[in-house]
Ligand binder design. Structure first.
Ligand code: SF4
Ligand code: SF4
Length: 182
């Protein structure tokens, strides 16, 4: 299973908006697959999320870490704004959780992604592998399952590497709203 951070139940200090977190799905299993001529389509094209093995499920995460960023939700309109403020447990270079086994204790609003919940998580970025497969869309060329290289998600500028600030250092997430993390 993968994990993500859900919106906290209580509004934070700034008016009309409440904070959301999301993230992440476990740590990638490095399950790379490229179809050869005449072979069956790869698993993500022929299986539903619920039909995937644990290894296949884990490998569907591209490692972008966009889901580990703080989101703001307008309490009235429901509009979700994305920020470049990262969860305190996210490593800004590797884009991995620094304490995945103990994350639920340290970050209570970090939630597990599952085939059952993906469809209801509107704050997952449009590029998320789980969201794409759930919506019947193709994975992008830079997805490690397509490229065969876990670095392409960084090289393509999709991951959050090098462009986030920790929530411990960001006083006002509203000052950190960005468009690129959608
Ligand atoms: S693909 Fe990106 S947004 Fe989706 S779960 Fe993995 S790290 Fe998060
Ligand atoms: S606790 Fe780990 S997996 Fe959860 S949002 Fe933070 S960095 Fe991501």
């Amino acid at each position: 299973m993968r994990a993500a951070r859900r919106p906290p139940a209580s509004p934070l200090a700034w008016p009309r908006r409440r904070r959301r977190r999301s993230r992440r799905v476990g740590e990638a299993a490095g399950f790379l697959a490229r179809p050869a001529a005449g072979e069956a389509p790869p698993f993500w094209k022929r299986k539903t999320l619920a039909e995937m093995s644990r290894e296949e499920w884990e490998s569907l995460c591209d490692g972008c870490a966009r889901c580990c960023l703080i989101k703001l939700e307008d309490a009235d309109s429901g509009e979700i704004l994305f920020t470049n403020v990262a969860c305190r447990l996210l490593h800004p270079g590797t884009c991995r959780c620094t304490d995945y086994p103990d994350r639920k204790r340290r970050v209570p609003d970090c939630v597990q992604l599952s085939p059952e919940t993906i469809g209801s998580l509107a704050w997952l970025p449009a590029t998320c592998g789980y969201r794409l497969v759930h919506e019947g869309k193709a994975l992008y060329w830079w997805h490690p399952l397509v490229s065969g290289d876990p670095n392409t998600v960084h090289e393509a500028g999709i991951s959050v590497r090098g462009r986030v600030v920790s929530e411990d250092d960001a006083r006002d997430p509203e000052a950190h709203v960005v468009e690129w993390a959608k």
